[in-house]
Design a protein around this ligand. Structure first.
Ligand code: BG6
Length: 466
């Protein structure tokens, strides 16, 4: 045992990002518009400092440099996503040869540098041509997605051995159809439920296709699991509220992905308010039979829940918040630079829940990280960001991951969000998360932060001392 917190042999160290948040666009790259490209053109003022998805961190041009930086920061693995609208510009139909060449080179270069690529297929980036026909609301999108998935497996599956069907599939549901922070900016629970259902069906069908192709790798899903803690564990109304919040936002995808079944609590509630999705009986068999091999867990902060006290606006019909209130727990620890709660033990609670209630499925931490607004203020005289707060954040979470593993959790790795500062949707470059900074004023110049050097050390020792 080299260190006090030593991780199992072969533990994956790395970080996560996504195609739409990092690649950017150049002229004649053949990429089609995603809904983000479209929305930015329509309403640039909705994006922080009006920075849109066309530029991002220029990974399309700089991936070779970036892979060297991943190496320098101790990455053994790295997750990104294939942009559907880059590979198949209209969502269905012709494949863009320049995209094939780019992803081939990107993947090959990672492997040549000892970094195992983990590839995700959908990270909030619906091709606009499909969004115009309803996106995930339209059942035809499920088939289009499965064709896209199969195309990816055929093109890159000889080298990519870890695949994921979605990143945080609850986000398109809540952001696009409940709380209006992603396109198409609706408030409509019925649509939200249908969108989530189609994403889930698409995931199961892609898993079936992947397994059928016998490419010798594994396929999973990445879920943002946000533990719901009741205000008072001895108050049944608070506990019930937390159970419902958990069913809506965690178990809606966790249960069908791992167990092949939707949670009874959620199905009954939706039935009561006549909000079950339109489905076909055989879909349920597909979902039942095609569960994941591997589960990615994104964890940022918990949800603090109490029984419903305040009435809500029903102009747009029922909402999940009819059943619970969230509240700011007094005394909670906050990230002062992003306004999110920090509760390190949450990561342990999730891993323990997965161990006890989800068959201890093989899993890993696929995102965890600390956003910082105005991070330039921490630059030292050498031009490096001294992000000790991030080192503490990662370390404090890793201690709980270590404890969960010691108690038997089947957790295989840790990926921080993110490798280098990237474009975060409407927040653009407001909150920085990377091991490596990106200076937008200097054509995206990269500099490793203190945390990046620290991560290299823990990766090479496969652990750390307090
Ligand atoms: C994660 C998403 O939940 O949060 C990322 O998977 C996103 O895509 C990240 O960039 C950070 O969000 P924000 O709002 O702090 O920039």
């Amino acid at each position: 045992q080299l260190t006090e917190y030593q991780f199992p042999k072969g533990f994956w160290w790395g970080s996560a990002a996504s195609g739409p948040q990092t690649e950017g666009r150049i002229e004649n790259d053949g990429k089609g518009d995603s809904m983000w490209d479209y929305w930015y053109k329509e309403a640039p003022e909705k994006f922080f400092n009006q920075v849109g998805p066309e530029k991002t961190s220029q990974v399309y041009q700089k991936y070779q440099e970036d892979i060297q930086l991943m190496k320098a920061t101790g990455h053994t693995t790295f997750r990104t996503s294939i942009q559907w609208s880059r590979l198949i510009p209209d969502g269905v139909g012709a494949v863009n040869p320049k995209a094939v060449a780019f992803y081939n080179d990107y993947i090959d270069d990672m492997i040549a540098n000892g970094i195992e690529p983990f590839m995700n297929l959908y990270h909030f980036d619906m091709p606009m041509a499909l969004q115009e026909k309803g996106g995930w609301l339209n059942r035809e999108t499920v088939d289009a997605y499965v064709t896209f998935a199969k195309t990816c497996f055929e093109l890159f599956g000889d080298r990519v051995k870890k695949w994921f069907t979605h990143n945080e599939p609850i986000v398109p549901v809540e952001a696009g159809y409940l709380y209006q922070f992603h396109y198409p900016l609706e408030i409509n629970l019925k649509h939200a439920v249908q969108v989530g259902y189609h994403e889930m069906l698409a995931s199961a069908k892609a898993i079936a296709a992947y397994h059928g192709m016998k490419l010798g790798g594994e396929i999973g899903i990445i879920l943002n699991l946000t533990p719901s803690y009741p205000r008072d564990e001895t108050n049944p109304a608070d506990v019930k509220a937390a159970v419902i919040a958990d069913a809506f936002f965690n178990r809606s995808f966790l249960d069908p992905s791992v167990k092949g079944e939707f949670p009874v609590e959620l199905v009954e509630l939706l039935k009561e308010i006549d909000h079950l999705p339109v489905y076909e009986e055989e879909d349920l068999v597909i979902i039942k039979e095609n569960t994941v091999d591997l589960l990615g867990i994104n964890y940022y902060q918990p949800r603090r829940v109490k029984a419903k006290e305040t009435p809500i606006d029903h102009t747009n019909g029922p909402m999940p918040e009819d059943y619970f209130d969230t509240y700011e727990m007094p005394g909670r620890k906050m990230n002062p630079y992003r306004g999110w709660e920090i509760y390190e033990k949450g990561i342990y609670d999730i891993l323990t829940n997965v161990r006890e209630n989800y068959g201890n499925i093989r899993c890993y931490i696929s995102e965890n990280g600390m956003g910082v607004e105005g991070e330039e203020r921490f630059i030292n005289e050498k031009g490096e960001i001294e992000d000790d707060y991030r080192i503490d954040f990662v370390k404090d979470h890793l201690k709980y991951v270590h404890q969960a593993i010691t108690e038997g959790a089947n957790c295989q790795g840790y990926h921080m969000w993110t490798c280098m500062d990237n474009w975060s949707w409407n927040n653009a470059y407001k909150n920085r998360y990377g091991f490596i900074s990106v200076n937008l004023a200097e054509d995206g110049k990269r500099t490793i932060k203190k945390s990046g050097h620290w991560f290299k050390q823990i990766s090479s020792q496969n652990g750390f001392n307090d």
